[in-house]
Design a protein around this ligand. Structure first.
Ligand code: GDP
Length: 433
């Protein structure tokens, strides 16, 4: 019963698949590590003089080869435990990036309406503590969440603001509880999604250093645009640079503040929508070449993040009234559709780009172990020939030696076969889809 069919049967959500794949990889690496240890012990046994099978010596090269594999496995296991899915939000100041992130988190995690004063990247991550906290990139001490506005605020008059010496390139990490005090679980944070809010694209031209520092490991980009205006040059330029640096980045565009179209009447709203769709299609398909004409329909949405956030806060009993304009339901359906497609996209991308590299490495390690076993078997053949040639065919030493070689050959073959059959097949089948 494979993981894939298990998932289908449980109707497991896409985000959980990243965690499942990570767990499978963890199990595979633990298993491979077990095999390496076992093989090490086996070589050790054969090379001790007290062992009767010590007719065969395993060379230092093969033994060192195994120790090197052990070390690589340890490093990989430590690294991939830190792997996560990452989404970066871009757009002009006040287009609603923070509001959109809060709507997706069903909570007011980031301060809204900070205007031009957001001086750094805010990276939201889940934590297991019941209280959230902040971490600056220059000091280790945990800071209270309540001070987010002053730390993230370049123009704040207190001296706690992050110095702008690093340009707008600094990061303030915002740790938010994966499960809130009222027991409400945060799906994105629970499933290892890291969300990055950027300073508005209008405040800084340092796009290349932004990309180097924050975007090279991003799985998805969300451009939050203002549906009341067209894309600016700065917004377009940024994504041109992104698509030159990263191969085929996954870009979504949220035309935010679509609630404003309600007062224009349906005909005008539909016409404006078609114009936006046409321009964005040209931008994503023809200019950036990041998706096809078929895919682009799933990349552009018309939403009101403010309505969505307020509706969710009201449903959770966190506020009494919620801001809603005509056609709110349609915008809500569209926001929820964006979330579904986004979750599928980020999970697929992270599994492919991040975990598959570890999967390929696991297969390489298994192949190296096999080569190692094969080399020992080959060397054993030579040793056997040399030893037997130097003995009399009829002597009892000759018979004992031949039996010992036979036992060793058998054990070595079994070890190799097990590695081939059990590990290799398991690695390929469980992760690759
Ligand atoms: P950011 O600078 O891009 O992070 O923008 P914010 O999220 O801080 O939003 C700026 C202001 O726009 C805030 O006062 C929000 O309440 C408001 N806002 C955000 N999204 C919407 C929306 O969809 N509709 C309306 N009417 N206002 C919004």
């Amino acid at each position: 019963f494979s993981l894939k069919s298990q998932r289908r049967a449980n109707g497991a959500e896409p985000l959980a698949r990243f965690g499942e794949a990570k767990k499978v990889l963890g199990d595979i690496y633990a298993e491979i590590n077990g095999y390496v240890d076992e093989l090490n012990g086996f070589y050790e046994d054969l090379s001790t003089d007290s062992n009767p099978s010590a007719v065969v010596k395993v060379s230092d090269e093969q033994r060192k080869g195994l120790l090197d594999l052990s070390a690589s496995i340890r490093i990989i296991r430590e690294t991939f435990q830190r792997d996560h899915m990452k989404v970066v939000f871009f757009g002009r100041t006040s287009n609603g990036k923070s509001t959109t992130i809060n709507a997706m988190l069903h909570d007011k995690v980031l301060p809204q309406g900070m205007g031009h004063t957001t001086c750094c990247f805010l990276q939201v991550e889940g934590c297991s503590e019941s209280e959230g906290y902040l971490l600056r990139d220059d000091i280790e001490e945990k800071l209270p969440l309540a001070e987010l506005r002053s730390y993230g605020n370049a123009l704040g008059d207190d001296d706690r603001a992050l110095p702008s010496a690093g340009g707008y390139n600094r990061t303030l990490r915002v740790f938010h509880p994966r499960t809130a005090a009222d027991g409400h679980a945060n799906r994105l944070l629970q499933n290892d999604v890291v969300i990055v809010d950027s300073p508005g694209v209008d405040v800084s031209p340092e796009f290349d250093s932004w990309i180097d520092a924050h975007c090279l490991d991003a799985d998805v980009f969300v451009l939050v645009s203002n549906s009341e205006s067209t894309l600016t040059n700065a917004e377009k330029q940024f994504f041109h640079r992104v698509s030159q640096r990263l191969s085929k980045p996954n870009i979504f565009v949220l035309n935010n503040r679509w609630d404003a179209s309600a007062s224009d009447g349906l005909d005008t709203a539909n016409m404006v929508r078609r114009q936006h769709e046409q321009r964005l299609k040209e931008f994503l398909v023809d200019e950036l070449h990041v998706c096809t004409e078929r895919e682009v329909k799933e990349r552009i949405y018309f939403v009101s993040s403010r309505e969505m956030l307020e509706a969710r806060l009201k449903e959770l009993g966190k506020q009494e009234k919620a801001f809603q304009q005509e056609f709110y339901k349609e915008r809500r359906v569209e926001f929820e559709k964006f979330e579904r497609v986004f979750e599928q996209c980020i999970s697929r991308s992270a599994i492919h780009t991040k975990l598959e590299a570890h999967n390929r490495r696991a297969i390489e390690i298994v192949n190296k172990m096999r080569e190692n076993c094969d080399a020992v078997q080959l060397a054993m053949g030579d040793q056997k020939r040399d030893r037997l040639l130097s003995m009399e065919e009829s002597s009892s030493a000759f018979t004992r030696c031949r039996e010992e070689f036979g036992r060793f050959e058998q054990a070595c073959r079994l070890q190799t076969e097990r590695l081939r059959a059990e590990v290799h097949v398991k690695v390929s089948a469980d992760i690759a889809e």
